[in-house]
Design a protein around this ligand. Structure first.
Ligand code: URA
Length: 236
């Protein structure tokens, strides 16, 4: 796809449109080996070799990041009062159009995808596509057999009708934990499903989306790019 050179460079976090315009006018940019001095010159980020001071640009149409979300930050693009997951991104990953694909509550931790690809996010989040999300929850009371049956049937809380979900009993350090697998992402869904069974979630972490597991080498608040295999694993 042919686009203005300054737009391509600005989209790759090289600098603002003004900054990259200056670089272009200074003769720092070549396209297929030829110095280009006009910002409105058309180029194809995927097909043309664009160099900045002789260094080839690693063009990426979209960015796909895995974050190990910590508690205390909002899953939102920007907020005037609270820190958001985008505020945690290192400079190298800051670019226009990024957003968290799906929300985790402020106190929920774990696997969060951040991207600027709206189609990808929609495909991942639409319940029609049956992409399962796996959560582990620390509860105030252990899971009962009737809770497992209720989750399996599909819980209804007021006007919230949940699709059938899988609930498994876990135990960690003698504390009551549970693993929940759902393919929706309604507001406070896991907490509300447990509340409907008379239980409170004391801690919640998402550990998997589709077949993509949270990289346990990522510390809370850290991000890294997804590999092509990992992107595919979400949908496999
Ligand atoms: N369900 C919840 O209740 N909270 C989350 O953050 C995610 C799923």
């Amino acid at each position: 796809m042919k686009e203005r050179l300054d737009k391509i460079l600005a989209s790759q976090n090289i600098g603002s449109r003004k900054d990259v315009g200056l670089l272009i006018r200074k003769g720092a940019i070549t396209v297929n080996g030829i110095v280009v001095k006009k910002s409105d010159t058309k180029a194809d980020g995927e097909k043309d070799e664009i160099c900045i001071h002789g260094v080839p640009l690693q063009f990426k149409r979209h960015l796909y990041l895995m974050m190990n979300k910590p508690a205390g930050v909002l899953s939102a693009a920007r907020d005037s009062r609270m820190p958001t997951v985008l505020d945690l991104l290192p400079k190298a990953y800051q670019r226009r159009g990024l957003f968290p694909a799906g929300r985790l509550d402020r106190d929920t931790e774990g696997l969060l995808i951040i991207t600027d690809d709206g189609d990808f996010a929609h495909k991942m989040l639409s319940p029609k596509n049956n992409i399962y999300k796996v959560y582990q929850a620390k509860l105030n009371i252990p899971v009962a057999d009737k809770d497992i049956a209720a989750f399996k049937t599909g819980i209804t809380i007021g006007d919230l009708h949940c699709l059938p979900a899988r609930l498994e009993r876990l135990e960690k350090d003698g504390e009551p934990w549970a693993q929940v697998t759902i393919c929706e992402g309604k507001f406070h869904q896991v907490k509300r499903m447990f509340l409907a069974c008379g239980k409170q979630v004391e801690y919640l972490e998402r550990i998997k989306i589709g077949n993509l597991a949270l990289d346990t080498d990522l510390h809370r608040g850290e991000v890294r790019e997804l590999t092509e295999q990992e992107k595919a694993a979400i949908f496999s």
